[in-house]
Design a protein around this ligand. Sequence first.
Ligand code: F6P
Ligand code: MN
Length: 359
Amino acid sequence: MHLGRTTLSKFLIQQLNGIEGATDLGALLVDVAAAVKAISAMTAKGALGGYLGELGSKNIQGETQQKLDVLANDVMIRSCEWGGLVAGMASEELEEPYPVPVEYSRGRYLLVFDPLDGSSNTDVNVSVGTIFSVLRHDQSQPPAANDFLQPGRVQVAAGYAIYGPATMLVVTVGKGTHGFTLDREIGNFILTHPNLQIPIDTSEFAINTSNARFWEPPVHRYVTECQAGKTGDRERDFNMRWIASMVAEVHRILMRGGVFMYPRDTKDLGKPGRLRLLYEANPISFLIEQAGGRATTGQQRLLDVIPESLHQRVPLILGSYNEVARIERYHAEHANGVDRPYTSPLFNERSMFRPEARL
Ligand code: F6P
Ligand code: MN
């Protein structure tokens, strides 16, 4: 019954064939998958596992840490530190990078991850996920924080796991985006969604509309037009979704198209967006581009953003190619002053909050 199915390991051996450093990269992705299986088992136990609830501490971002955030972080580190594959790791839950302990040999890759994305959803039994990005580290020295500050376009591999009704792992090594489903009985990830392709057009968008008063005018314009539906400029009705778990939104978009926006806003001027560049926006944008979609800050391709700090936040708009291109066009039109009806005083030409002044 299981004959002929493509497991993650078999897939990686085939995909990485001929690529320099392939054996190590494949082995690292298998270690990440092992961590994902353990995190999947913990999240699936729900209240029976004793892992739910807050830990009583805050992470470097000032966010309340859930017990599962810290457990998932430890699982990923333990799973990936021993094999001589990575030189260091960085995580949403750790202020500084984690150097590989001296008793293990140092590898040629850096692993950057969000151990449990959307973790405020664990207590309400809504899908959460793990996001990861693999970067190169070719120097002989142990990595410093600066070594992690590589633009998303140079990622070697990226992926996420979604802990939903089924646990899935979605991965790219720069040769398309591929989805695997965890067969819990035999403990293997099986290739179920090869070569995912995001439809280029969509009538579905996702944004937290409670922030509407803080949005940039181009985003206001886009959402207002979607809401106007058949009677407005777009001449068709749109649907909206918001799960508050980026991995779940991105997964829906990979399956059937759509747009996800966490744009730049004026809610907290110290934060030019909600999502973190290195371990949320970059890996997700790599997967989206590899599936034929588009990812942008509004002003530039997301994968071209040059990181300045480990936990840097960034505006993120991604999904179906044509819709994201339209939202980019609205940003350009706003910058050129040709979208007058939507200009908000907070973002006008003389304002200190003007997006281009804060880039
Ligand atoms: O990690 C950030 C995150 O939890 C994402 O998974 C999600 O898309 C977003 O924040 C939810 O934000 P909000 O609380 O504003 O809905
Ligand atoms: Mn997250």
